[in-house]
Design a protein around this ligand. Structure first.
Ligand code: FES
Length: 105
């Protein structure tokens, strides 16, 4: 399953991920810069903040309140912000485009 991470300078990192991984674990396994995942995916640290490309937001489940409150504390928060650890990769997400926030680099 192809995932595209794009940093704030426009550099694209295309990786192959497996179904059942999260956008956070796929990023850390492939050493994508800016995704630390300090809490191990427990929706507790906010270091896996990503901004989903507008063409893909409608294909994801919506955030729960815990995720939203953590995201609101991150500097680049906007309406397409998500915690990458809360998004499980499925076949439907093949080709997804995810932006990396500038202040997380
Ligand atoms: Fe900590 Fe996602 S890895 S909130």
């Amino acid at each position: 399953i192809k995932i595209n991470y794009i940093d704030h300078t426009g550099s694209t990192f295309e990786i192959g991920a497996s179904e059942g991984e999260t956008l956070m674990s796929a990023a850390t396994n492939n050493l994508i810069p800016g995704i630390d995942g300090d809490c191990g995916g427990n929706c507790a640290c906010g270091t896996c903040h990503v901004i989903i490309d507008e063409n893909w937001t409608s294909r994801l489940d919506s955030q729960n309140s815990e995720e939203i409150s953590l995201l609101q504390m991150t500097p680049d928060f906007n309406e397409r912000s998500r915690l990458a650890c809360q998004i499980v990769i499925t076949k439907e997400l093949h080709g997804i485009v995810v932006n990396l926030p500038e202040h997380q680099m």
